[in-house]
Design a protein around this ligand. Structure first.
Ligand SMILES: NC(=O)c1ccc[n+]([C@@H]2O[C@H](COP(=O)([O-])OP(=O)(O)OC[C@H]3O[C@@H](n4cnc5c(N)ncnc54)[C@H](O)[C@@H]3O)[C@@H](O)[C@H]2O)c1
Ligand SMILES: O=C(O)[C@H]1O[C@H](OP(=O)(O)OP(=O)(O)OC[C@H]2O[C@@H](n3ccc(=O)[nH]c3=O)[C@H](O)[C@@H]2O)[C@H](O)[C@@H](O)[C@@H]1O
Length: 350
């Protein structure tokens, strides 16, 4: 059997073994040509938008596995009962037996306040959960995509970050359960790829925002919008000069689907390179949503990255992908959803 070897240490791999054989059912003349897709963490913010997009294709059958730690059935209510959709309450730290062709592996709390809440569970989710999903991919011959994170770059010493940068991560800090957990998850993905020929895809997602984020999620965009809608002060954590680059969720979902269906293993940065300080973000939210609110400085948490901006050259070249929605447009789209859920209508001008 032909065995292609891989190159260096930053991805761009070809498989060293042929992938496992898919189910014999695929070769049966009675087999329906539908693509069965598992989305772990599909009841969460990005996951539920991904499910919406996948369900638009009538050839897709979508299974969501979620333990509802940060996600909710509400995010999927329009699909419950649909013949091509199935929702399973399942914790990915336990093995899962389903027959699927593709796995989008998103399950993991993403907001720092949630992932720090039970750090041991967070690292188990990243390590054991990813092992379980890789074991499943191996058994059924499915392609698997991991939603990794820009946090693998830690507090980056290179700016903007390319995929070739190995990062600057504190291995014993309060964020490590997430950062290091995702780094191990990436390692597991590549080891299964090299050792067992599993088809893998790794997305390194940079701060993504949009409708359906939990109102009290703790992440900066959802915090500021909820605060502006409620008429509360916007809480900028010190020093306020730290930067992030914010990607609208619809752009992110397009990137994830392109990555899954393309030929490159990744890792690939997916994010919007538009970079803002937290003070600039607060000013934008104030101006667009509620000019009457004040901005207040609050204490920050340890190891908060000082700057973050994706270099998306690779995503453009390999996937033909780049984000379309600019921050100010995305914030307004999100405002409508938050106003509805908080039951605070927009004031009409007299
Ligand atoms: N949103 C971002 O800015 C961002 C950035 C980088 C990476 N990511 C990654 O994208 C993925 C989705 O993030 P999100 O923003 O939608 O977060 P989210 O918290 O809204 O969604 C995570 C989902 O995973 C589920 N989950 C958590 N632990 C689980 C477990 N042990 N078993 C089964 N389900 C479990 C949650 O209930 C939730 O539905 C995560 O893997 C996250 O690390 C997100
Ligand atoms: O994109 C990523 O890779 C990661 O980004 C986020 O982590 P983080 O950037 O720390 O996100 P936030 O909690 O939204 O914080 C962003 C910045 O806003 C600040 N912040 C947060 C909340 C707030 O009310 N005010 C405020 O100024 C924080 O100090 C931080 O500097 C996500 O929550 C992670 O899941 C994700 O993996």
């Amino acid at each position: 059997m032909a065995q292609k070897e891989t190159n260096g240490s930053n991805g761009e791999h070809t498989t060293s073994r042929p992938p496992p054989t898919p189910s014999p059912l695929r070769f049966s003349k009675f087999f329906q040509a539908n693509l069965r897709i598992l989305v772990t963490g599909g009841a969460g913010f990005i996951g539920s938008h991904l499910v919406d997009k996948l369900m638009e294709n009538e050839k897709h059958e979508v299974i969501v596995a979620d333990n509802f730690f940060t996600g909710s059935k509400d995010n999927l209510k329009k699909w419950i009962g649909h013949p091509r959709f199935e929702l399973i309450r399942h914790d990915v730290t336990e093995p899962l037996l389903v027959e699927v062709d593709q796995i989008y592996h998103l399950a993991c709390p993403a907001s720092p306040i949630f992932y720090k809440h039970n750090p041991v569970k967070t690292i188990k989710t990243n390590v054991i959960g990813t092992l379980n999903m890789l074991g499943l991919a191996k058994r059924v011959g499915a392609r698997i995509l991991l939603t990794s994170t820009s946090e693998v770059y830690g507090d980056p010493l290179e700016h903007p970050q390319t995929e070739a940068y190995w990062g600057n991560v504190n291995p014993i800090g309060v964020r490590s359960c997430y950062d290091e957990g995702k780094r191990v998850a990436e390692t597991l993905m590549f080891d299964y790829h090299r050792q067992h020929g599993i088809e893998i895809r790794i997305a390194r997602i940079f701060n993504t925002y949009g409708p359906r984020m939990n109102i009290d999620d703790g992440r900066v965009v959802s915090n500021f919008i909820a605060q502006a809608v409620r008429g509360e002060a916007l809480t900028v954590q010190k020093p306020g000069t730290q930067t992030r680059s914010f990607c609208y969720v619809a752009d992110m979902v397009d990137g994830l689907i392109k990555l899954m269906n393309g030929n490159n293993t990744g890792p690939i940065n997916l994010g919007n390179p538009g970079e803002f300080t937290m003070l600039e973000l607060a000013e934008n939210v104030k101006e667009l949503i509620n000019p009457e609110v004040t901005v207040t400085m609050t204490e920050n948490t340890p190891d908060d990255p000082r700057q973050r901006k994706p270099d998306i050259t690779k995503a453009k070249e390999v996937l033909g992908w780049e984000p379309k929605v600019v921050l100010r447009d995305g914030l307004v789209l999100m405002e409508d959803d938050f106003r509805e859920r908080l039951a605070v209508p927009k004031k009409t001008k007299a």
